[in-house]
Write a protein that binds this ligand. Structure first.
Ligand SMILES: [Zn+2]
Length: 342
């Protein structure tokens, strides 16, 4: 990016109420068949317009074509039985009914490539596309075939690499892997999690990002955050390994969080998507608040590596709130940009 402080969102944006019930995760589609396909693309265009009107520089599909950031990808793979569900504890935090891995996992056809091509056709701005990370995929399933989280993660990394290469060829500028599980399973991250992520980005020439957050603003997550104490030091366990990895960009949460901002020093040299928008509250930040969060981060990241962003996805928020937060992000980054260029 040549523009200083290029803004982007960490992930999803709310869907229109005619497409899926709002303010809900895993919200079922309200349309079917060809009408659904057209509706998803219409929603993608609306979401793109919202980002453009807010002055967002690196745009995304707002995840309008997927029901959930992990399960929609998995649905397209063979070897996973969605009828055979088990209740497992995910992110070591809450119980969810998840599908079962019953055989070798493979990707028989591209998952998001047509959608990415559609987004590419709608704008000349840089585009970012999110995929689930291998460890988070493993952590959102019941495995009755591989008998090893590491082995299954490795298979997913191979599949993600195939998808990522085709997304790159479709014109995606930044491919982001969502790894909320990195904030929970530190030993596994250091043993094989980062290695699996590097396998997923092998051979890519576009930029790559990893998003490690404290989750959507849903109750299971806000309850968990209550237990984390006054200082959230989870990043301290994983940043050294990420700093040494081939990943270009690290997306982290900062606004209203108890993450000590100096932990960013541990990834010095990387580009950092600093979350300056809290997704766990409907209060809309002021541009001055956004600029202030970003200004604090500047002590630990060089200005040319600072990418203003949101803490996480905004799918569960009311649309008007998400639009307000996008506008605050764009305006807050513009304030600081003007200061730096004065
Ligand atoms: Zn997130």
């Amino acid at each position: 990016m040549t523009k200083l402080l290029p803004t982007s969102t960490a992930g999803s944006l709310p869907k229109p109420s005619w497409l899926a019930e709002p303010e809900k995760l895993w919200s079922p589609w309200k349309l079917d068949g060809d009408v659904l396909a057209e509706g998803r693309h219409d929603a993608l265009r609306l979401s793109l317009t919202d980002q453009q009107q807010a002055g967002i520089d690196i745009v995304s599909d707002g995840e309008q074509t997927r029901q959930h950031f992990v399960t929609t990808f998995i649905e397209h793979l063979s070897g996973v039985d969605f009828e055979k569900r088990e209740t497992v504890r995910i992110r070591d935090r809450y119980d969810a009914s998840v599908p079962t891995v019953v055989g070798a996992v493979t990707r028989e056809r591209p998952v998001f490539v047509d959608d990415a091509r559609f987004l590419r056709s709608q704008t000349d701005q840089p585009i970012k596309w999110a995929l689930p990370g291998p460890m988070t995929m493993v952590d959102t399933l019941y495995d009755a075939h591989y008998g090893s989280r590491e082995k299954l993660a490795w298979e997913f990394a191979t599949i993600l690499n195939q998808e990522a290469k085709e997304l790159q060829d479709a014109g995606v500028d930044i491919i982001q892997f969502d790894e909320p599980a990195f904030n929970v399973f530190f030993d596994e991250v250091n043993d094989w999690g980062v290695a699996a992520l590097e396998k997923a980005i092998e051979g890519l020439t576009c930029e790559t990002a990893v998003h490690v957050c404290y989750g959507y603003g849903i109750k299971a997550n806000t309850d968990w955050k209550e237990t984390l104490g006054a200082e959230w030091r989870q990043y301290e366990e994983i940043f050294p390994k990420l700093q040494a990895s081939d990943i270009d960009i690290v997306s982290l949460e900062s606004q209203n969080s108890h993450v000590p901002i100096d932990l960013i020093e541990l990834i010095r040299g990387k580009k950092v998507m600093v979350g300056a928008i809290d997704v766990a509250t409907t209060d809309i930040e002021t541009p001055a608040q956004v600029a202030d969060t970003l200004r604090q981060a500047l002590q630990f990241v060089d200005p040319e590596n600072l990418y203003p962003s949101t803490n996480c996805g905004m799918a569960p928020l009311p649309r008007s709130v998400a639009r307000g937060k996008l506008a605050a992000l764009g305006a807050g980054a513009a304030l600081l940009r003007a200061e730096l260029q004065a």
